[in-house]
Design a protein around this ligand. Sequence first.
Ligand code: GLU
Length: 501
Amino acid sequence: MDTSTLLSTGLEPARVRFAPSPTGRMHIGSARTALYDYLLARRTGGQFILRIEDTDTKRTVPGAEQELMDGLRWLGLEYDEGPDVGGACGPYRQSERRELYHEQVTILQEKGAAYPCFCAPDRLERVRRERQKQKLNTGYDGLCRSIDPDEARRRIADGERHIIRFKTPRQGSTTAVDVLRGPITVPNSQIDDYVLIKSDGLPTYHCGAMVDDHLMAITHVIRGSEWLSTFPLHALIVRAFGWEEPVWIHLSVFLKPSGKGKMSKRDTSVALDSGYSIYVSDLRDFGYVPEGVLNWIVLMGWGVSEGDVMTLDQMVDRFDIANLSPAPAAINFSKLDHFSGTHIRALRTEDLAARIKPYFTSAGLTVDDARLLRIVPLIRERLVTLDDCLPFAAWFFKETVEPEPEELIGKNLTAAQSADVARKAYEILAGLPAITLTTAEPPMRHLISDLGLNANQVFGILRAAVTGQTVSPPLFESMEIVGKEKVLERVSRAIIILEKM
Ligand code: GLU
């Protein structure tokens, strides 16, 4: 990286964390947050940390953490610290940090900024409903705020069930600054005495994330805009501890393709029916290249020019949080196709060959590597996803092809006329020392004009005969790879089929 531009960003090395909750599948919203985290860390020569926020045990989904890690690695977003790579600030799973939260919350209690609450859930529910009726805010009524600390200690020692709440100041207001939106001010009377430690002893997000961001020396918090409503509370908690605040960045939301509202379950299944998905592992399985996915999501909320094609390294060089936008971004799947195809075309032949080979092997085909390297340049332009290699090129690895008899008939020709065309083409091809684009195309063009036909008619017959399908890579280059012997064998087989029709 060019250090002069690094200095011009005015940033010290940033420590940034991606802090997902393992409660479901990894979608493009999380992937974008992780990507911006990664870019900021790499741009400034800092660190990118993965922290698993798994304290809502009821919502934890088995396998979700692994999916997140696999997703990050597939995208190429290698993290410097995390549950499976370690680091100086571990453990990196919140469920394994219980003691740390208790220590910190005790300090907060000593400062008078947190208190134990012994209210039973049914009382809280009753209070909530009553306050709702009276059109008051439905937060906690503060009954336990004034319990004497000695009495509270005694009740806790007696084993009384309790939680710990934040003692939100009743007076005044709180201003917190989001980089993309500027200052946000809320009267403190609107901020609830939120729970910090739940009755199961685990912290809520409000507590766990603030404590960890401090203990892990996080400099920039990049997260979803769903956290804007509790953002002032978070600033209050950090300030109550007396810690320095990180830079806060709340990203824009993704809207459904129509731009009207967020993606619903129904929108997700409509997308799936058309071969698209908002889930990272689906996109991988559908054959999208990670470079294309990254390029697609990076532009949803980053104000560089829309058409910009960038590799991950180029994104790092250009990234600047000042250019992020808080405006909602509609998901546009045709852009995903565009960026996937564009990045596939930019891959080196060997790289693309290695990436498509598994598709042929999983289809039960035996792949000759030298042949694959010759095929790649013929199909590269046409691939949007890697699995597109199958319809275009699987036939190259089959001993024989099975054209539909009707497909051997040239457009506006009869079967007999088509057989005649195929016979004449056979004679020409058989007379060539080898079949290549330069040897075969000129005499074939002559044949076409001698017969008063058009190229589509003649090439259509040959394409079906040689490749077994109506769509294929360029005909003569394909024949060159298949080899003269096989080409002649296939054309003569086509002649026999046509003659029998
Ligand atoms: N665990 C939170 C979530 O999944 C993380 C929010 C944050 O990055 O602070 O939404």
